[in-house]
Design a protein around this ligand. Structure first.
Ligand code: SF4
Length: 364
């Protein structure tokens, strides 16, 4: 079995990424088979539990309040609504529910308590629960862990250098701090990024350096292809080619052999043949459901037809790690601390973000 290395450099990763295509695919597929069952794919359902109205300026995101996009915002869903959706997801083959809230960071209080209750409810359905709620403190990570959270998602998005060209309201170091806070608990880490935002190949390699040199490496790495949404600063980006996507998946598999590599946003732009190449190159997870937070995603039935065609099976829950125990709110060891951490706000100027904000003012 190949060893997991934590000292990858940008040069090492570029050498892998730029290999002749067939050689890259063969190497990635070989490593994939040493560490995973190549016919099993983990299926997650992403639920947007609080949509839109986000104060951040992420250039790719239609949920940022400052841009004018066609998404319909909603307040935090109820625990009952979430439970009903989780049951539906379970019935259609998902082993994990990932709940996303368009927040900059978690604030202690009623809404966070409600999210903790959602985590308890889904864990009791014997499904893996993941949350993506923005930056969190160590105490908040502990409270989520105690409720039964299985994974926390916090993407690095891109290389540290390119991140600054996409987002000005939060810093790359705060992403790493949140991941570190999650690591102090028994919750697994899900962190990846987006390609097709206009970054160079060096930036893709830079992001993989940042992720693969974490020790331990993230248990899950989503690779998203940008879905350019009208009204966002990145609305005019051309879709990336399938060849770039396969190269990125294969390189991720080689440098992070144990991790679950997730095909995330952008699957609607990919053919079945393209997705099959990604699975061959080491992707072993998808998001199911016709929406990925706010962007389109293939229909579950279409995915199940693709699984049948390729002889793939959905992964059962808690195969990689035991189910966490849920501690009820009344028995909790961790109280809300009401901390007000000083997450950074670089606020440098990103011309295209400013232009999209100005355009939104005119449209609104
Ligand atoms: S990506 Fe997350 S933090 Fe950034 S604008 Fe969208 S919802 Fe807010």
């Amino acid at each position: 079995m190949s060893e997991t290395r934590h000292n990858w450099t940008k040069e090492d990763i570029l050498e892998i990424y730029n290999k002749p295509f067939m050689e890259l695919l063969y190497e990635a597929a070989t490593i994939h088979r040493l560490h995973h069952d190549p016919n099993t794919v983990q299926v997650s359902t992403l639920l947007s539990i609080k949509t839109g109205g986000c104060p951040e300026d992420c250039g790719y995101c239609p949920q940022a309040a400052r841009y004018h996009t066609n998404i319909e915002g909603n307040d935090l869903m109820s625990v009952q609504q979430v439970k009903a959706q989780a049951l539906r997801a379970k019935a259609s083959g998902s082993s994990r529910v990932c709940m996303g809230a368009a927040w900059r960071n978690v604030k202690d209080g009623e809404e966070f308590d409600q999210v903790l209750e959602m985590v308890r409810t889904i864990n009791k359905l014997d499904m893996e629960v993941c949350c993506t709620l923005g930056m969190i403190t160590e105490n908040q990570a502990q409270r989520l862990a105690e409720a039964g959270l299985y994974a926390y998602n916090h993407n690095l998005d891109s290389s540290e250098e390119y991140y600054k060209k996409v987002i000005s309201t939060r810093g790359f170091e705060d992403r790493l701090q949140t991941i570190d806070n999650v690591r102090k608990t028994n919750v697994t880490v899900c962190s990846g990024g987006i390609i097709g935002m206009g970054e160079k190949i060096e930036d893709r390699a830079g992001m993989l350096v940042a992720l693969s040199t974490l020790n331990p490496q993230p248990e899950s790495v989503p690779i998203n292809a940008l879905v350019a949404v009208e009204g966002t600063p990145l609305e005019d980006q051309e879709p990336i080619s399938i060849w770039d996507m396969v190269r990125m998946v294969a390189t991720t598999r080689i440098v992070m052999p144990e991790t679950q590599v997730r095909l995330s946003a952008g699957r609607t732009q990919m053919t079945r043949e393209g997705q099959a190449m990604c699975f061959f190159a080491g992707a072993n997870s998808i998001f199911a459901g016709d929406k990925l937070l706010t962007t389109p995603n293939p229909d579950v039935n279409e995915d199940m037809k693709m699984f049948e065609l390729l002889g793939l099976h959905p992964q059962k829950p808690f195969i990689k790690k035991m189910q966490p125990q849920t501690v009820e709110a009344t028995d909790s060891q961790y109280q809300a601390l009401g901390e007000k951490p000083k997450w950074s706000r670089p606020e440098h100027t990103i011309e295209r973000n400013v232009a999209a904000k100005e355009k939104a003012k005119v449209v609104k």
